[in-house]
Design a protein around this ligand. Structure first.
Ligand code: PLP
Length: 337
């Protein structure tokens, strides 16, 4: 797999650290827990979307684009990172924000990521929940083209075979770091949503025959649907990379037991996991993705899913800025006021 064949703009402060979590490992009595700090990708408070944007915006620039159009939920980390990357490259950015959580608080609608989207100069448009948002983005980009603009449409979460290359790069980075430090990676676990992260990781680990299994903790879709979507995109990504061997279905594993009431809806397990990591290791998770992903990992550890002497790498996909849109979830006094 030769990533230099694809257009790319450098945005990530790479390599992001691969850190051991000594206090939490001890408290849980194993497995040995490591964290891949993709919350520290550098741009605009970091996160996983910056890796995808290196290849998506590389492609956009190669096509002469001047205006980026994308979408996300109101508190989308993807939109925030896209807005910042566009600003950095001198491109215009329009984001369609889907009101996926209709009863969101004033802070949910204005603070956290939304505050930063505006600061980065993105044009924000609002859409009700339940539309085909990728189609909305395509339509919007087509209208801009009719007006003579060079528009480039990015799907939700930057999840297509181009964006997923960013997580092929991350898989390669994890293997290099683990090899250099002499750490055998027995499991990789992370939060999965629009599927580009898991598809890229699976393509990267499979394409390099590393044998590293990836478990995605779903934040939205049920298991069979999520696994199918990840498999489709990972297969498409491998094809794009010129790897012809078919991807085994078993290479894609998702778990949807930690979604709770739905996308972006806090769960008590998420609050517990987020608070535990903050207080044992000083690391911030986010309420929508990495908090639920880590809650799933903790529950699986407590149920004995991993051997004590195994090394488990949690990929921290970022998003802590979203906490400011969820202050009432963590601050009962504030909620009561
Ligand atoms: C988007 C996002 C994810 C999920 O990644 P996908 O590639 O969409 O599956 C996980 N964590 C955070 C913080 C995100 O913003």
């Amino acid at each position: 797999m030769h990533l230099a064949r694809f257009p790319r703009v450098r945005l990530v402060h790479a390599p992001t650290p691969l850190e051991f979590l000594p206090r939490l490992t001890e408290q849980l009595g194993g497995p040995r827990l490591y964290i891949k700090r993709d919350d520290c990708t550098g741009l605009a408070t970091g996160g996983n979307k910056t890796r995808k944007l290196e290849f998506l915006l590389g492609d956009a620039l190669a096509q002469g684009a001047t205006h980026i159009v994308t979408h996300g939920a109101t508190q989308s980390n993807h939109v925030r990172q896209t807005a910042a990357a566009a600003a950095r490259l001198g491109l215009q950015c329009t984001a369609l924000l889907e009101a996926r959580i209709a009863d969101g608080s004033v802070e949910y609608r204005n603070s956290g990521n939304v505050f930063l989207d505006r600061l980065f100069g993105a044009r924000l448009e609002h859409r009700p929940a339940g539309l085909d948002m990728n189609a909305e983005v395509e339509q919007y980009a087509a209208r801009l083209r009719e007006q003579g603009e060079k528009a480039y449409a990015i799907p939700g979460g930057g999840s297509n075979h181009i964006g997923a290359l960013g997580y092929v790069a991350s898989a390669q980075e994890i293997l290099q770091q683990a090899d250099a430090a002499g750490i055998v990676v027995h499991h990789v676990v992370h939060a999965t949503g629009s599927t580009g992260t898991q598809a890229g990781l699976v393509a990267g680990f499979q394409g390099s025959h590393s044998g590293v299994p990836v478990l995605g903790i779903s934040v939205r879709a049920e298991r069979a649907a999520q696994e199918d979507k990840v498999w489709q995109l990972a297969s498409r990504t491998l094809q794009h990379l010129g790897v012809s061997a078919p991807l085994p279905r078993e290479a894609v594993r998702a778990n949807s037991d930690y979604v709770g009431a739905g996308y972006g809806r806090p769960t008590p397990e998420m609050v517990e996991a987020l608070t535990l990591l903050a207080r044992t290791e000083g690391i911030l998770l986010d309420p929508v993705y990495s908090g639920k992903g880590f809650a799933g990992l903790l529950d699986l550890i407590r149920k004995g899913h991993f051997r004590q002497d195994e090394n488990v790498v949690f990929v921290h996909t970022g998003g802590a800025v979203g906490l400011f849109g969820y202050r009432d979830t963590f601050d009962p006094l504030h909620a009561a006021a």
